[in-house]
Design a protein around this ligand. Sequence first.
Ligand SMILES: Cc1cc2nc3c(=O)[nH]c(=O)nc-3n(C[C@H](O)[C@H](O)[C@H](O)COP(=O)(O)O)c2cc1C
Length: 330
Amino acid sequence: MELKKLIIGSVVVSPPLILAPMAGITNGPFRRVCRLGGAGSSSTEMISAKALKHGDRRTREMADFAREEHPVAAQIFGRDPEEMALAAAFLEDRGADIIDINMGCPVKKVLKSGSGVQLMREPDRASAIVSRVVRSISVPVTVKIRLGWTDDESNYIRLGKILQDEGASAVTLHPRTRTQGFSGRARWECIGHLKESLTIPVLGSGDVVDAGGVKEMFRITGCDAVMIGRGALGKPWIFRQISSDLEWTGETVDTAWCRDLMAIHISLLLEAFPGRRSVGQLRKHLAWYTKGYPNGSSFRREVNRIDDPGEIVKMAEAFLGLEGKSLSIQ
Ligand SMILES: Cc1cc2nc3c(=O)[nH]c(=O)nc-3n(C[C@H](O)[C@H](O)[C@H](O)COP(=O)(O)O)c2cc1C
């Protein structure tokens, strides 16, 4: 299959395989390790425009970008156009290559604040946000949406056109409704319908976990790039694996290199989350890394009992065969 680059404004994404935004997961260390693992670009977790405005320290930490992780899209959520524009300008200043606006999150807390997929029910507000953000910054603005609130209220094509008219440089569609959450099948054919209706690039997101899925999503939808979220959990090398399987590159993926990536990831987590703050992140990612390993469940049980990062790292070194990879404890 031919390799086509995705171009959004002046940003080139190659291969057109993008790490999807995932709250609590796509922090700096995971973005860096996925870029090393072959992702064409990455996305931050969703960042609250309101919290940024109030100078919340932890939220501001989400806006730290390392040189190696570019191109990176910073995703913001909120409902006030002015607040969203301020957040976008702040993130542009911090080095974000793209500002992505979240209009797809179905989580209760986000809906309560009137943002996420709620904005799909308020096209005028959605359009005001995009227009205001586009006019405030010089990097491209993209928007991530779902099919709509329910099947009866499915308005992704109408909204997509509005967003395009307001200056969005690309739209990502996760083809499920709010009611569906993450259940049921992602309706890839809808990505194709959106692609036919817009002139800007359309990115597809949902249920892609291997090269076969990437090939099929491109074939069914004609989309410009594929996002991978859950498929990258415990497998940040999935992007290079897919590029290799599709013969886009001659690079191969072997166990030694996967171990290197795991070791780098652990080191980056320890650096980004000093002391006991790393424990939650270590537990989470080690659980994904050890999925399917013989004795993996007893390892995970043990790790969940321990709250000393040094001990957890020692156990991980032994279990995953990472000895000698210099995992540094800060
Ligand atoms: C744990 C988790 C957190 C997510 N957080 C976000 C988010 O912050 N912003 C967003 O636009 N989508 C978010 N998503 C949706 C993903 O970006 C993606 O669209 C969805 O998971 C479908 O793709 P997948 O099947 O490749 O995971 C999240 C998904 C998961 C599983």
